[in-house]
Design a binder for this molecule. Structure first.
Ligand code: SAH
Length: 465
């Protein structure tokens, strides 16, 4: 079982400091399940690679096991010594513990610096639907490639095995890479070599801080990490929900129910959607993203316009996507219509390759649902990575709330809103983002304009320079 970590950061030999492992020697660590070795097949200024080799001893494993089911030789003849599993996570924690915890005495400034890193894991046993490994790592910004190993090279007709070599590339901090591997490799493997109890929930929440709560596969990750122990999984998910957007599904349902009466009365949402469709039409866009598409109201309008050849709707709430699919009657549409729409489950604060190659993106009443510290990641995902020619973002104008007697002073329009911006605040954010990513931005009101407080909703139209 090998885990290689390479960098092309200059000087690449810094990897030795970060991992606390000197590139010039082979080091051995005796772990309870067999020895681990760290060595550097290459340590140049341009590129360095550190390899962690696990030499798991199956006989040691058997001694620790209670006699169980399976065929008589099963404890000796299995894939545990050869695949990345929870043994590798334990080795990462014990051998690369300082790096995993973000400590580097000699080069402390390196710890917080994202570096060009590549990890190769040989081999991974994948339990799960096709592409599960991509769904785990891509939302975290990794480019993932996988090479499947044949069942037996002498008998190609037997086809492929379920073992893969996975390569992950990303510009991240080393401690983040190690943390993602630590949590996600046992998730791919769907097993744990040790008893999973309450403290495993704490460990998961601690290691998952800052990325797990908004990960589109957080449920699968949590369930598998906690070895399918229901009450632990429930406890962990409840805490994750608190950390991020509370259960996004519940939040959406509540939001729909709580939709402000005044907004409804003036048909504001319809006006918003009409304004967005008109702007998209005028731009000449054909391939359009609807990000945070909710139950698909905008998609329905876009489908009516032949100009839009493809529409991708994405939302973090799986339940909303199911409702969207139902309301759009996707299953009953004739094939050419059906093929114009794709619905994706994903989060806007993680880089997602599926969002690249579109002409325009609409983000209607979504940003106010993001925690302010996440806005920078959102802007990067949208403007740096997806990078459509046009982006339309709508959000409430807080100043207008004063005209709604039904809204107590200081309250937001929806319970799930994390903020509501004034016109000046939205403009300041939009101009800063436009400047940073090479767009120009134009602001427009939506709904009736009051002389003093403006319109109830506002729209920023960004065009790539
Ligand atoms: N655009 C839709 C829905 C707006 S409600 C409409 O105008 O009708 C806000 C939507 O943003 C919800 O569906 C919510 O699930 C989604 N959302 C919130 N945070 C998100 C995130 N991080 N990534 C993707 N969607 C998100």
């Amino acid at each position: 079982m090998l885990l290689s970590i390479s960098t092309t950061h200059s000087p690449a030999t810094d990897l030795g400091y970060l991992l606390h492992k000197h590139p010039d020697k082979v080091q051995r660590f005796d772990l309870s399940f067999g020895p681990a070795y760290v060595f550097y097949p290459e340590a140049q200024v341009g590129r360095s690679t550190a390899v962690l080799l696990l030499d798991i001893d199956p006989v040691k494993l058997v001694r620790k096991q209670s006699p169980g089911a399976g065929f008589a030789l099963q404890p000796y003849v299995n894939d545990r010594p050869y695949v990345a599993s929870s043994f590798l996570s334990t080795a990462i924690a014990q051998v690369y513990g300082s790096a995993l915890n973000g400590r580097c005495k000699e080069r402390p400034e390196l710890v917080d610096r994202p570096l060009p890193l590549q990890a190769v894991v040989t081999a991974v046993a994948v339990h799960g639907s096709h592409g599960f490994w991509q769904r785990l790592f891509e939302p975290l910004g990794y480019t993932v490639t996988a090479k499947r190993h044949p069942l037996d090279t002498h008998f190609p007709t037997w086809g492929d095995s379920r073992y893969l070599t996975i390569t992950l590339e990303n510009h991240v901090r080393l401690r983040e890479l190690l943390t993602h591997l630590y949590v996600l490799l046992p998730v791919l493997d769907d097993d744990k070599h040790y008893w999973v109890g309450e403290d495993e929930v704490t460990k998961l929440l601690q290691k998952g801080e800052g990325w797990l709560a908004a990960h589109p596969e957080r449920e699968q990750i949590t369930t598998r990490y906690l070895k399918h122990r229901r009450h632990l999984t429930r406890a962990a998910l409840a805490q994750l929900a608190e950390e991020d957007n509370p259960d996004p599904d519940t939040a959406v349902a509540e939001q729909d129910a709580a939709e402000l009466k005044a907004e409804e009365h003036m048909g504001l949402h319809q006006q918003r959607l009409t304004a967005v469709v008109a702007t998209l039409k005028a731009s000449g866009a054909q391939r359009v993203l609807d990000l945070g598409c909710g139950e698909g109201k905008l998609i329905r309008l876009l489908l009516k316009e032949k100009q839009f050849s493809h529409i991708l709707g994405m939302d973090v709430s799986y339940r909303s996507l199911e409702t969207a699919a139902e309301r759009l009657r996707l299953d009953n549409l004739p094939t050419p219509q059906r093929e114009r729409v794709t619905l994706h489950h994903g989060s806007l604060i993680y880089r997602d390759k599926r969002l690249a190659g579109y002409d325009a993106a609409a983000v209607v009443e979504v940003i106010e649902h993001l925690d302010p510290p996440r806005l920078a990641a959102f802007a990067r995902v949208l403007f740096a990575f997806a990078r459509p020619s046009m982006v339309i973002i709508t959000t409430p104008n807080r100043e207008y709330n004063a005209l709604w007697p039904s809204l107590p002073a200081g309250h937001f329009r929806h319970r799930d809103h994390r903020f509501e911006w004034s016109r000046a605040e939205f403009r300041a954010w939009a101009e800063e983002v436009a400047e940073e990513y090479g767009y120009t931005v134009h602001m427009a009101p939506i709904g009736p304009v009051d002389e003093a407080v403006g319109a109830p909703s506002q729209m920023g139209i960004f065009s790539r320079e």
